[in-house]
Design a protein around this ligand. Structure first.
Ligand SMILES: [Zn+2]
Length: 251
């Protein structure tokens, strides 16, 4: 309920309400979410000037869907995250170009990408860290981390003081059906922190396993590296800024 209430101030009302609806289902399995049509997805907002080497992903991949959840309240903290000033996906040129090829590959198979997060400023990661230190703030626990003790999110590898996302070549992605824009069932929602989100988990069914495999195969083919614990998280190999953690706002 909290999610739906919060959604009214977000500008993503219908999308979040739709996402909130299945949240009462069995934890971690509520991945099928009704999405807006692909055409309606590319965020029409004013843009700033990006640092050299970075691009707006929707300008490179206009046919993908965009649902930048750290700009909304639909995330594991339940508030808009610091540094997200617009619902935009930003990546290095190299990562965006590789991701474009992933999307083409998926489109040839009847799917397309939905991008949940891309470049993430260090200040957003700092927001996660500050949140993790308040044990009483468990607003979204039931939806995103019902089985993990909040104080173990760092130890378990779900949170870290630095994120590959801040280097600009890491993305969180899922798939939608090309025809309907509806999210494909991947067995757990993006950012669900628990064993069901691991590659190789046996907590998911055959169909969900197949979907993860299709995404992973397409990503790996374009030189993205998977992360064992999160089926949605990929980093470009040979990323252009392997040791720089950027802090400019998403806008
Ligand atoms: Zn990620």
């Amino acid at each position: 309920m909290a999610l739906t209430m919060l959604a009214s101030s977000s500008g993503f009302d219908s999308r979040i309400a739709a996402a909130a609806a299945p949240a009462t289902a069995t934890a971690g399995t509520a991945a099928t979410v009704n999405s807006p049509t692909p055409e309606a997805s590319a965020p029409k907002v004013e843009r700033g000037t990006l640092p050299k080497g970075f691009v707006y992903v929707d300008e490179v991949i206009p046919s993908a869907l965009y649902d930048i959840r750290y700009y909304s309240e639909e995330n594991f903290i339940g508030t808009q995250i610091d540094g997200y000033e617009a619902p935009l996906a930003i990546l290095t040129t190299e990562a965006a170009n590789a991701l474009k090829k992933v999307n083409e590959d998926l489109e040839s198979q009847g799917y397309r990408l939905k991008i949940i997060d891309a470049y993430r400023p260090q200040k957003a990661v700092n927001h996660f860290i500050a949140w993790s230190k308040d044990p009483k703030d468990t607003l979204m626990k039931e939806i995103f981390y019902p089985d993990v003790d909040k104080k173990n999110l760092f130890k378990s590898g779900y949170l870290s003081s630095k994120s590959g996302h801040s280097r600009g070549s890491t993305v969180d992605v899922t798939m939608v059906f090309k025809r309907t824009g509806e999210e494909v069932d991947m067995g757990s929602r993006v950012d669900f922190l628990g064993p069901i989100s691991s590659h190789g988990t046996d907590l998911i069914n055959k169909e969900q396993r197949k979907h993860r495999y299709i995404l992973k195969t397409a990503m790996v083919k374009q030189s993205f590296k998977p992360y064992t614990k999160e089926w949605w998280h990929y980093t470009l190999k040979n990323e252009p800024f392997p040791s720089t953690y950027f802090n400019f706002d998403v806008k």
